[in-house]
Design a protein around this ligand. Structure first.
Ligand code: SF4
Ligand code: SF4
Length: 435
């Protein structure tokens, strides 16, 4: 047994975590909906290619979208039934994306992978790729790619920080599915061919700290409750003291970081032959009647999830997929649960602001709070004026989109949205040789 305190870092913010709304709510299995809408772009990388057509019968666990290249991910049906559409839908994020829609026959017929032939690292990684597993903490990066570093790593860090306010689904999984997590961690460590395993957990989860401290193979690190402790770079520093340089990745310092839900998905794919078809999310905020942690079929319409949680209350100001800091505000209820969704939040006055942005007053609060030590006000100003060269010069590409800058901005500037858009534009300009 090993337990120690993590290193602190300067900057970042302290936000009310509001986890009390759901942290004592055991995970409930929500019945599968009448229809699932399976997005072909639930991951970082190229969208999957639909491999079914309207009228096809599919089982739960059957592939409906095939990974399109190395950085992409397979998509599976989460119910059994008939494919009723393969079409572009403008979703709640305002993005037009390709979906396979399956009408549920309620029979729950299922298909599984065959047993794996051996436990060699390459076999494990191949199964994780086959199962369509991506970073389920929100990033959505294909896990098999992360588990195929070019150089040998020495440390696996399990991210049990769950530093986003409101979200408690990882915490509940740590309490309710401890053994599956432990098995998943060991399989991922085997895939990486390493022995050093660190489990980082924020200090506000004493029960989880106690549970994982009982495992002698793990070095449990108690992290200060500070946002964004769950960001890879900050977690690596807090648990190992290693600094990931600007524009570098965790593997550059010998580390791989994996999320709690991701290791469970790896365990299920390897030991139970189950592809990724379900996720656990926290439905919370004071705009929902019964906040809960729920296990749901991927592709479930959010209206069904809201109804399952007793419906929405009056006065909802903001609907968010994910956590309040890094999640995405939805512009409509035309949205379907994705692999990467850890939360669905319905926020009311006092939890979300409805005031319009005003001019920047150059107070510097955003720069003071930025954990990447950027000057968000300048990046935003350059991004809004179309000067992407200077936006890049001021570090737009180093922004981790944590939202710390916007949190206390007195002018309510939409800093993260502007910086995020500028990152897309910078990449595009560079690809075309124009920057
Ligand atoms: S916190 Fe807001 S008002 Fe203050 S400098 Fe940053 S963008 Fe401007
Ligand atoms: S500029 Fe980026 S990294 Fe810095 S606080 Fe804002 S969102 Fe976070």
């Amino acid at each position: 047994m090993s337990i120690r305190k993590g290193k602190n870092y300067r900057y970042g913010i302290h936000v009310p975590d509001r986890k009390y709304l759901t942290m004592d709510c055991p995970i409930e299995n929500m019945p599968s909906p009448n229809k699932v809408y399976l997005n072909m772009s639930q991951h970082i990388g190229a969208p999957a290619n639909p491999v079914v057509a309207v009228g096809d019968y599919v089982k739960k666990g059957q592939m409906v979208g095939e990974a399109n290249g190395a950085v992409s991910a397979n998509v599976f049906s989460s119910v059994s039934g008939t494919v009723v559409a393969v079409e572009d839908i403008v979703n709640g994020l305002g993005q037009k994306q390709k979906y396979v829609v399956v009408e549920n026959d309620g029979k729950g017929e299922e298909t599984f992978f065959n047993d794996i032939s051996d436990y060699e690292p390459k076999t494990l990684v191949a199964r994780i790729r086959e199962a369509g597993i991506v970073g389920l903490g929100g990033a959505g990066f294909p896990t098999a790619v992360k588990l195929s570093p070019k150089t040998q790593l020495d440390t696996l860090i399990i991210n049990g920080a769950e530093c986003e306010p409101y979200l408690t689904c990882d915490y509940r999984l740590m309490l309710e599915r401890t053994e599956d997590i432990v098995k998943g961690i060991k399989l991922v460590a085997k895939a990486l061919n390493l022995n050093r395993i660190i489990v980082g957990i924020e200090a506000n989860k004493p029960k989880a700290i106690e549970i994982f401290s009982a495992y002698p193979d793990f070095d449990v690190v108690v992290l200060k409750k500070q946002y964004p402790m769950g960001s890879e770079k900050h977690l690596i520093y807090a648990t190992t003291g290693r600094k990931v340089p600007v524009m570098k990745m965790p593997f550059d310092v010998g580390v791989c970081v994996q999320n709690i839900k991701t290791v469970i998905a790896c365990y299920e794919a390897i030991e139970k032959n189950i592809p990724l078809t379900e996720i656990v999310m926290t439905v919370s905020g004071n705009g929902i009647t019964n906040p809960k942690n729920v296990k749901i079929a991927i592709g479930t319409p959010i209206n069904d999830i809201i109804e399952y949680c007793g419906g929405k209350k009056d006065g909802v100001l903001k609907l968010i997929a994910g956590g309040p800091m890094m999640g995405k505000a939805l512009i409509s209820f035309t949205q379907y649960a994705k692999k990467t969704d850890s939360g669905l939040l319905l926020l009311v006055k006092g939890e979300a602001s409805d005031s319009a942005p005003t001019n920047c007053i150059n107070c510097g609060v955003c720069a003071k709070n930025c954990p990447m030590r950027l000057m968000p006000m300048y990046i935003e100003a350059y991004a809004l004026s179309g000067d992407f060269k200077n936006a890049e010069k001021y570090g737009a590409m180093n922004c981790i989109e944590c939202g710390s800058c916007a949190y206390n901005c007195p002018a309510k500037r939409a800093l993260v949205q502007s910086i995020s858009q500028s990152k897309i534009k910078i990449k595009e300009l560079k690809q075309n040789g124009k920057l």
